[in-house]
Design a protein. Structure first.
Length: 365
């Protein structure tokens, strides 16, 4: 089994058992030890994974960290574990790990509740744990790029020197992405001024900055939208090619028996709309769970391929296009859209639709 498959398997286990786990010890047994095993460490060998490792600080005796990964008898990674129901932001949790790292030779410390894993080291000041983690892994929001970074901590490829360099890059990458995200939502005057100076020849006054703030925000959003659309088009073209080589028969419900299968044509525009919806929800649900069901009247986007779990309906068969959402009583509300870019405006409605479906089916994965 590939590493990413093992991680997904643990993630599914967390979804099923999270509500039943009520203690830190149960969290370690059900969630954390399986991850250590997936990373290649023998959790039953205390010379490799040492539980309750002594990490006495000056003036403090009896200090023990939950797990220490040992190499040649020396700690290289420390794990401070909390119950899965605890938030990791409490300052007490970070201060504990800070003391443990300062009193041992370990280069890396991980604070976890079995779901969120926060990775720390001493980039800012030698032998003093940084205030912010350089990497965070969420077992219920698995992204392939993050899985690749997590794998660097596995037994077979662990290299402390390389990881220290990687940690530095990850720290700065994370901070730059955070700043960029903030600027995309609410561009600062300094950010706007950079672009204004490239395109505007007049004197840059506060009124000019105010005018260009919206222009800058709209321009960046349009650029991102265009990039996504270009990517989706290439995916659609490949899918259309695959479908032409391997035609798929689409079965319609018995109630629509007057409609023939041959009369249903899935257009490129519908597929492009589908991939946009999929991209908007990929951060909150596994992308492969978002599927579609085409009919003569509308193009349905649903969860797990089930029409009873409709996320939205795309009505693209007339000049005026609509996106439709169902409420709990299956009553549909249609919203008009001008073009595919308008779908991005309905991210809150799509997430609300998803949230409405998932709690009713907690075990469906």
């Amino acid at each position: 089994m590939d590493f990413i498959d093992r991680i997904k398997q643990i993630s599914e286990q967390i979804s099923k058992l999270r509500e039943q786990i009520q203690t830190e010890e149960a969290t370690k047994n059900a969630f954390i030890m399986p991850l250590l095993s997936a990373l290649g460490y023998d959790v039953f060998d205390p010379t490799e994974v040492c539980p309750e490792y002594t990490a006495d600080a000056i003036g403090l005796k009896g200090e023990k960290v939950d797990y220490a990964i040992l190499v040649d008898g020396k700690p290289v990674i420390l794990f401070e574990c909390k119950w899965c129901g605890h938030e990791l932001d409490h300052p007490k949790h970070g201060s504990q790990l800070y003391r443990y790292l300062s009193s041992t030779d370990a280069m890396f410390g991980i604070l976890t509740n079995g779901i969120i894993y926060r990775f720390y080291t001493d980039l800012e000041k030698p032998n003093a744990m940084d205030s912010k983690p350089f990497f965070e892994f969420n077992m219920q929001d698995i992204q392939e790029s993050n899985v690749a970074e997590l794998k660097r901590f596995s037994k077979s490829v662990f290299n402390s020197s390389e990881l220290k360099s990687t940690a530095s890059n990850l720290m700065y990458t994370k901070e730059i992405k955070r700043i960029m995200s903030e600027q995309l939502l609410e561009p600062s005057p300094e950010f706007v001024k950079f672009f204004v100076s490239q395109v505007y020849s007049g004197k840059i006054m506060s009124g000019v900055i105010d005018k260009f703030t919206k222009i800058t925000k709209d321009s960046i959003n349009q650029l991102i939208s265009d990039r996504i659309t270009d990517t989706l088009r290439s995916v659609i073209e490949r899918e259309v090619e695959d479908r032409s080589e391997h035609p798929i028969k689409i079965h319609t419900p018995v109630a629509d028996s007057v409609k023939t299968e041959d009369s249903i044509v899935t257009t490129e525009e519908e597929l492009e709309g589908f991939f946009i919806v999929k991209s908007l929800l990929r951060e909150v649900v596994e992308p492969n769970r978002i599927q579609y069901k085409d009919t003569q009247k509308y193009f349905g986007v649903c969860l797990d391929g089930k029409p009873t779990k409709t996320l939205c309906r795309l009505w693209f068969n007339s000049k005026q296009k609509y996106i439709g959402f169902l409420d709990d009583s299956a009553k549909e509300t249609k919203q008009p859209i001008g073009d595919l870019n308008d779908l991005y405006k309905f991210t809150p409605e799509l997430r609300a639709s998803l949230n409405r479906l998932i709690p009713a089916n907690p075990d469906s994965n």
